[in-house]
Design a protein around this ligand. Structure first.
Ligand code: AMP
Ligand code: ZN
Length: 500
């Protein structure tokens, strides 16, 4: 079977045929580094990590480019002259914008490492590519697809729509709707049409991030950086462009427009979009205040969860849904994922201890095992279907456990099929899903033991307090504090958290 990918631009699953045989180029929109990432952002980057890992497993030489947005992402509408997210944070905290960028870039990398994701091949920053962005604006103007008004440059969407059938396809928006869409925005009067968008923005007096360009001292539009960095590192036409599906419009649609304006073609052959992580049925989002951070999940310090979850339990929770489906984060699902992950790891460890005296068997058990593994990989070929692939492995867990306790005879399996199973489990769990055995760092088992122990301690302290035995209750709290465990008394009883 060959790899099939759901292409957002055709709304169909298509066979993946790279531009250059044996190679794959993938660009993924990275984070805007003005605050800590929330766990919804992490889901998207974990999904693309799995996709990257599978392409590598299939033997492609992959160039994976994931940018850092450190300028140009405005609060509010990109065309309104609203404040840059990074500048705003810098102003509020009275630090340099680059201090904000440094802090949250490091924080993002730290979180990505905790989730055991691979580094991209190139991680370019928007501010490191201002010259190229100015050049691209010029190129678009030279080709007649942009115009300048009072130091700002706008993309001429109407001209593009008249000349090529490329705008609106990705997001499924009707061109007529795009053209009549009018909003009362600042600078709106500068545009020839409301659907036009800024590619260079003249900086207002107090705007911190600014560069000299032929049109004004200003800064590039947010969409431009991705057009520039994808083309610079992957070429004018490349294989895969990815991001969360909330970026389809306007970000990716405008990337397509600019790219066409500058290069005369659309950038990527395959557009991959991950679906949103929800909480309480709504998109997890910082601006809506509906979010939870990785640290809160790891410490259990959030009203949305009753206990701490390890990074791999959370990752496993993500993997149980297809990247293209929404996924609702809640305590019950996290708890189920934690158990499922443990069961799978235990079966994997059990499998690794099995051996057979028969080199190769042709009994039904051998065939069942070999076909089970084959099916788990075939699910991956079907648009990276991890949940179905995982389901195949779970079916095999029962067989593995039966072989271990003698209900099934390992000699009916034979060493050959056992070796296939061991290799298949290792490739899928470790290399492709990117799970790691957390036993060295404190496993879910350890966390559960610790949780049980802490419940006992909390009960004893409660008892002491009821007996007005203050020295004992204080001693418990202080001793725990000395080893960085904090007790938090609340309406629903006492919770414990590991201090930072
Ligand atoms: P941002 O830093 O806002 O540009 O977002 C970084 C990435 O996270 C983008 O690809 C977004 O599409 C993605 N993202 C934002 N919110 C969510 C969410 N709730 N679930 C999944 N991905 C998200
Ligand atoms: Zn982007």
């Amino acid at each position: 079977m060959s790899l099939k990918i759901y292409n957002s631009i055709s709304s169909q699953k298509e066979t993946f045929t790279p531009l250059v045989e044996g190679r794959a180029g993938m660009y993924v929109c990275g984070p805007t580094v003005y605050s800590d990432v929330h766990i919804g952002n992490v889901r998207t980057f974990v999904s693309f990590d799995m996709i990257y890992r599978y392409l590598l497993y299939l033997g492609y030489k992959v160039r994976y480019v994931r940018n850092i947005t450190d300028v140009g992402h405005l609060e509010g509408d990109v065309d309104t002259g609203a404040e840059d997210k990074i500048s705003k944070k810098a102003r509020l905290e009275q630090v340099e914008p680059m201090e904000v960028v440094q802090r949250y870039t490091l924080g993002f990398h730290h979180v990505m490492r905790l989730f055991n994701t691979l580094d991209p091949s190139i991680e370019p920053r928007a501010t490191g590519h201002i010259l190229e962005q100015i050049e691209m604006v010029q190129k678009i103007m030279d080709k007649g697809y942009a115009y300048e008004v009072d130091g700002s440059v706008y993309f001429d969407t109407v001209k593009l729509i008249k000349e090529a059938d490329v705008y609106g396809k990705l997001s499924g928006r009707k061109v007529e709707d795009l053209l009549v869409e009018t909003r009362e925005l600042k600078k709106q009067n500068e545009k020839r049409n409301p659907a036009d968008f800024a590619i260079w923005i003249k900086a207002e007096e107090n705007h911190l991030l600014r560069w000299n360009a032929p049109w004004s001292e200003g800064f590039p539009g947010w969409h431009l950086e991705c057009s520039v960095m994808s083309t610079k590192y992957l070429g004018e036409r490349f294989d895969i462009h990815g991001g969360g599906n909330d970026l389809k419009f306007p970000h990716h649609e405008n990337e397509i427009a600019q790219h066409y304006g500058a290069c005369g073609n659309t950038p990527a052959n395959y557009w991959l979009h991950t679906n949103m992580l929800l909480m309480n049925g709504r998109k997890m989002s910082k601006s809506e205040g509906n979010f939870i951070t990785p640290e809160q999940l790891f410490s259990g310090e959030s009203e949305h969860i009753s206990k701490a979850y390890s990074p791999m339990a959370v990752k496993f929770f993500f993997l149980q849904a297809h990247y293209g489906s929404t996924l609702d984060l809640n305590d019950a699902s996290l708890g189920a994922a934690e158990k499922g992950y443990r069961r799978l790891l235990e079966a994997y460890n059990t499998l690794n201890q099995l051996s057979s005296e028969i080199p190769r068997s042709d009994k039904p058990l051998a065939i069942e095992i070999e076909e089970g593994i084959k099916a788990a990989f075939e699910e991956m070929d079907d648009d990276f279907n991890v949940p179905k692939s995982l389901a195949r492995l779970f079916e095999m867990c029962a067989t593995i456990n039966k072989m271990a306790d003698g209900q099934l005879d390992v000699n009916d399996a034979g060493q050959y099929s056992l070796d296939i199973a061991k290799k298949g489990f290792k490739n899928l769990l470790i290399d492709i899903y990117g799970l790691s055995d957390e036993s060295a760092a404190g496993t879910d088992d350890h966390m559960n033991q610790l949780d049980g122990l802490m419940k006992l301690v909390i009960d004893m302290r409660q008892q002491a307090r009821q007996n007005k035995d203050w020295p004992t209750s204080d001693k418990i709290r202080d001793t725990l504090a000395a080893i960085d465990i904090e007790l938090k008394d609340g309406k629903e009883g006492t919770k414990w958290v590991i201090g930072k």
